[in-house]
Design a binder for this molecule. Structure first.
Ligand code: ME8
Length: 640
């Protein structure tokens, strides 16, 4: 194992809020960093945000903000999210950082001076979601396969990087270096892709179409293509070319990415590095996607899971554990609240948590609150100690081969071995016979000692919970070093405080509150800064929501915003309801719509009109869209 380890996450687009997919990549990267630290490596962990390009400009415009203000805001959300998830990154880079921009320009100039960038007329199909030109062959029914939208046809003059010149070299590298891309099937995918001629890469956008980007150093009429800009963050963050960090960490660079950006990282990036005269990355580590409700999470599908909501429900460390344990690295995996809670109850509450709790309780009860003395160890102790010595090695191998799910599966297995050992030695029976006291001490010592090793192995995944576990074992707050993860090093006689369950069993809220489960899964991330101000179901019951039918509608005089509607709610009269939607809907457009109405809102007077209820709209950063009731539902029907 190298004693230096540099690892990066993708830098995330700031066109939408952080979701559980971003959280997964960042948690995996954090955990891998912490493990390498545990194994004694000097580590560096980089994450950040990708802030240029057409997608960002379009999102900023939708929010009614200037691009800079918009990216500042969302980038801050990512930055603030990570400590909530116990992420300890060494650096957070933004592609709008001046130092990054200078680095991009310097590298572009270098490649341009080498004659590997040229200008030509171009026509291509551009997917804004992917921020790249697509080949015709990639389209499915004329749509981008990832975004299900048709690409836009652009005809323009642009600068191109002679990527095709690197095809043979890249193919050879991929064939020679079997462990370069992990898991191997992604390497095969890249090799397969390179069976077709590699096209040169369009690396500019004319400013008249897009001016939110890094200006090309050799032509002020163009900005840099967002992927060419973004990929270079991995080097610019280390102060390429002369920075100390660059010299120290670059030879050990590992990139963690989702499979959606395999091509940019596995094709564009090595070619760019080669052209810039930089050594290529050491390893590209590719994971699959979290699937929610049968599809990859996406804002447009409305199936985005908010990491903070999930963290509030499960606890941060248990969420981290679930993410790592349940996704076989490289494969897609389903995300449901039910799976998360089942995993929590199985591995954490029933297996590991129970082991910790019962070992401490039994020891405290029989040995005056202290870790028992270790007497003669027998065949059972030797056996389980050997399992652990081998187990720690196996665990390390899994981590170093980027199989965190396997590593955690192995810990769960080790934990169940100790539980079995306790069950077979029956300390509760030994406690009844004074002549078995030495044996009792040995059994309980062994259980506690091996639990200590598990705590050390789980610390990178659940740092806060394992700090509590160390305190519970009387070990103090200091982390257990890797050399100490071997049996027999627990100190007898150490006092242990009364244990509190570390992972109290959780109820599946699906059994009790099915509506809430669906809501959590389908919720669009809102990233609240503070804990949510939840209100009880009984309070919700107080609200009368009804289907209404708009019979008349007019603009309220001398008001730019207000519309006044007469609404049929299935009562013997029509209600007058005032809405602040005149900027988005004309009175004619409102007429005859079936809408959702809060029917028991206290009447108020607005600009002289009495309003007896509220018509519901979605409010997308100030843009109101009417929420309509389904066809065929009669006025007055209750909504819940
Ligand atoms: O692609 N499951 O940014 P991005 C698992 N800016 N991981 C997921 C996921 C899901 N459903 N959805 C997203 C970009 N991710 C570029 C990267 S790097 C130089 C530029 C994670 O905000 C996963 O790591 O679209 C994926 O590769 C990344 O977020 C895409 O983030």
């Amino acid at each position: 194992m190298d004693d230096t380890f540099y690892i990066t996450t993708p830098i995330y687009y700031v066109n939408s809020h952080p979701h559980i997919g971003h959280a997964y990549t960042t948690v995996v990267t954090d955990v891998l960093t912490r493990f390498h630290k545990l194994f004694g490596a000097d580590t560096y962990f980089l994450t950040g945000t990708d802030e240029h390009g057409q997608k960002i400009v379009e999102s900023a415009a939708k929010s009614g903000l200037q691009p800079q203000e918009f990216v500042d805001r969302i980038s801050q959300e990512f930055r603030e999210m990570w400590p909530h998830l116990h992420i300890e990154n060494d650096q957070f880079i933004r592609t709008t950082d001046p130092q990054h921009k200078a680095c991009v320009q310097q590298i572009l100039q270098k490649i341009f001076d080498q004659g590997e960038i040229y200008l030509k007329d171009y026509q291509g199909l551009y997917c804004v979601g992917c921020e790249r030109f697509l080949d015709e062959a990639e389209l499915e029914d004329g749509n981008c396969p990832d975004h299900q939208t048709p690409p836009q046809l652009y005809k323009e003059q642009n600068y191109f990087f002679r990527m095709s010149a690197y095809q043979d070299w890249l193919l050879e590298e991929l064939k020679q270096n079997e462990s370069w891309i992990y898991p191997g099937r992604y390497r095969n995918e890249l090799i397969q892709f390179l069976q077709q001629p590699l096209q040169d890469l369009c690396i500019s956008r004319p400013k008249r179409r897009l001016n939110w980007g890094i200006e090309l150093p050799f032509d002020e009429n163009f900005v840099t293509y967002v992927w060419f800009d973004a990929l270079l963050n991995y080097a610019s963050a280390l102060d390429w070319p002369e920075g100390e960090k660059f010299k120290k960490y670059w030879p050990y660079v590992h990139h963690t990415i989702g499979k959606d950006i395999l091509k940019t990282h596995g094709i564009y990036w090595p070619c760019m590095l080669k052209a810039a005269g930089l050594p290529v990355f050491k390893k590209l580590v590719v994971h699959g996607h979290w699937i929610v409700g049968g599809s990859k999470m996406s804002k447009s599908l409305g199936n985005v899971v908010d990491p903070l909501a999930m963290k509030d429900q499960l606890g941060v460390d248990a969420l981290r554990y679930f993410l790592l344990r349940d996704m076989s690295f490289g494969e897609d995996s389903n995300f449901t609240e039910e799976l998360a809670i089942t995993r929590y109850n199985g591995d954490l509450a029933n297996n590991f948590g129970n082991l910790l709790n019962r070992s401490i309780s039994m020891s405290r009860n029989s040995f005056e609150g202290c870790i028992p003395p270790l007497a003669q160890i027998g065949a059972e102790e030797n056996n389980i100690r050997n399992i652990f010595i081998q187990g720690v090695e196996t665990f390390q191998e899994y981590v170093q081969s980027f199989q965190p799910h396997r590593a955690l599966e192995h810990v769960a297995w080790l934990s169940s071995q100790v539980n079995k050992y306790i069950d077979s030695c029956k300390p509760w029976s030994l406690a009844k016979q004074p002549e078995d006291r030495e044996r009792l001490g040995t059994v309980l010592y062994t259980a506690l000692d091996l639990t200590r090793i598990l705590v050390g192995l789980l610390d990178p995944v659940m740092p806060e919970k394992m700090s509590e576990a160390r305190k519970a074992l009387g070990l103090g707050t200091e982390k257990i070093t890797f050399e100490k993860l071997t049996p027999g090093l627990l100190e007898s006689g150490t006092e242990m405080p009364e244990p509190k369950p570390l992972f109290p069993k959780m109820k599946l809220s699906a059994e009790e509150k099915p509506a809430e489960v669906t809501q959590t899964e389908k919720k669009v991330s809102t990233i609240p800064d503070e804990k949510k101000d939840w209100f009880a179901f009984d309070d919700f019951q107080k609200m009368e929501l009804k289907v209404g039918h708009i019979k008349t509608c007019r603009k309220v005089e001398k008001s730019a915003k207000l519309l006044c509607s007469e609404v049929d709610l299935g009562e013997d009269r029509l209600r007058t309801i005032v809405s602040g939607a005149a900027e988005f809907y004309s009175a004619e457009e409102m007429l005859n719509r079936r809408v959702l109405v809060v029917a028991n809102l206290k009447p108020v007077k607005l600009r002289g009109e009495i309003s007896e209820g509220m018509i519901l709209f979605s409010d997308d950063n100030g843009k109101l869209v009417l929420i309509e009731a389904p066809e065929g539902v009669n006025p007055g029907v209750t909504v819940r």
